[in-house]
Design a protein around this ligand. Structure first.
Ligand SMILES: [Zn+2]
Ligand SMILES: [Zn+2]
Length: 142
């Protein structure tokens, strides 16, 4: 992930933040999630490398990464927030309530709705990572 790390360092510095060892470890731990990862999983991964990192450090770092657009977060609806390294293109997720199967959908699928909201409500949506719940095709047949 070294090529990613370089970009992160630039983004952090450009925004006036220091690139600390802990911040790099926490970002690496998000990367290792390869998809959605919870704060608990990030905590467990970073603790293996630096036992001085506590949950509030991780929480603050994640908040900063989200503000800077390096990481996206989403509420799973089950009182849990998941984190993921931001991709060059916005994407969203469809999650099956019954079996938990997950599919990724591109921004195109949401674009028309966001534009309509913009026109009708004079409201510019900037949510870049949504989780929509429902039933997948297999579960609908049950
Ligand atoms: Zn995602
Ligand atoms: Zn299903």
């Amino acid at each position: 992930m070294s090529h990613y790390k370089l970009d992160y360092e630039e983004v952090l510095r450009a925004a006036g933040h220091r690139v600390t060892n802990q911040r790099v470890l926490i970002l690496d731990a998000v990367c290792e999630g390869e998809g959605h990862t919870t704060i608990g999983q990030i905590y467990a991964r970073t603790r293996m490398r630096d036992r001085s990192i506590d949950r509030s450090t991780i929480y603050r770092a994640l908040k900063l990464f989200v503000e800077l657009g390096l990481v996206v977060s989403a509420d799973t609806g089950a009182d849990e927030v998941v984190y993921e390294v931001a991709k060059p293109k916005h994407h969203h997720h469809l999650v099956c309530r019954r079996c938990g199967e997950e599919q990724e959908v591109g921004q195109e699928a949401m674009q028309a709705m966001f534009e309509q909201i913009g026109r009708e409500y004079q409201f510019q949506v900037d949510t870049d990572h949504l989780i929509l719940f429902g039933l997948c095709s297999d579960c609908r047949q049950l």
